[in-house]
Design a protein around this ligand. Structure first.
Ligand SMILES: Nc1ncnc2c1ncn2[C@@H]1O[C@H](COP(=O)(O)OP(=O)(O)OP(=O)(O)O)[C@@H](O)[C@H]1O
Ligand SMILES: [Mg+2]
Length: 253
């Protein structure tokens, strides 16, 4: 699976982490890969110091499984939660921005080979890519590696126009199964009764992709999102319940 968006800050990383943790809590073996090489985030939440970064794998300096750090014991998860991190140092960020097309094509080959290797070596049930927003090469590589792409968007017009473009230009071209997650829906809209559902239906027909989930906007998440894995620490929270519903939908796609 890959989580992608047109604009930044739509909630991709929050979804990847909470969904991955939920699958592992349900007993599945999960691997999360931080393919947001321009603004790595998973290292912040997991505070891991990996021996190798995903950048090293793409440069041919290690095997992909050497980048993975098992987080399942730390969170007492019955399934495995492997995480592959990308390098947040300024040097690495500058380096990745200077890559040419030839390098990116090689990175695609490595991405597809890495996926096979992880599934075989770690017996992973779910491999989930977090990505950079927009049409970055690294994101397209992750989408190409995925069987299922979730487009995460906020409920505003700026997001809608760009998301439509991505849907036509990238998702259709790649031919991956895709769906939309509508995040940060104002609570007032939900309280208005049926507002969110009918808005969701409208988005489905505008973008031309099925809706995978609706998540309300909760200010608390902005303060706690980078520190708390809700599906582990607060399973009864509205956010965790929304993630649970998305998980069930994704399993059926
Ligand atoms: N439903 C929500 N309600 C309120 N805040 C949310 C919600 N979902 C995510 N957030 C918050 O929005 C911010 C951005 O979320 P996140 O980092 O997951 O987005 P992203 O799409 O990965 O961003 P980027 O494109 O920069 O990688 C975080 O502070 C997060 O806690
Ligand atoms: Mg992110």
């Amino acid at each position: 699976m890959a989580f992608h968006s047109y604009k930044g800050g739509t909630g991709k990383t929050s979804l990847v982490v909470n969904l991955g943790a939920l699958f592992a809590k349900q007993g599945a073996n999960v691997c999360l890969l931080d393919y947001d090489f321009r603004a790595p985030s998973l290292n912040v939440l997991f505070k891991a110091k990996p021996q190798y970064w995903l950048n090293d794998y793409l440069e041919g300096k290690c095997e992909i499984v050497d980048t993975l750090v098992d987080q399942s014991a730390r969170f007492k998860l019955p399934g495995k939660l492997w995480v592959g991190f990308s390098n947040p140092s300024l040097e690495a960020l500058k380096d990745i921005m200077g890559k040419d097309r030839k390098w990116e094509v090689k990175a695609l080959t490595k991405t597809l080979a890495g996926k096979k290797e992880i599934i075989k070596d770690k017996q992973v049930d779910y491999l989930i890519y977090d990505t950079s927003p927009g049409a970055q090469y690294s994101s397209i590589n992750a989408l190409a590696g995925a069987d299922l792409v979730s487009l995460v968007m906020k409920a505003d017009e700026f997001d809608l126009e760009g998301t439509k473009e991505l849907s036509k230009g990238v998702y259709e071209a790649l031919g991956r199964k895709s769906g939309i997650v509508l995040n940060k829906i104002p609570l007032e809209q939900i309280a208005a009764g049926g507002g969110a559902e009918s808005f969701g239906k409208q988005i489905e027909s505008d973008v031309g992709l099925p809706l995978v989930g609706l998540i309300p906007c909760m200010c608390e998440l902005m303060a706690m999102g980078g520190k708390t894995i809700y599906t582990i620490e607060k399973p009864d929270h509205t956010f965790s319940k929304s993630i649970g519903q998305i998980a069930e939908k994704l399993k059926k796609m």
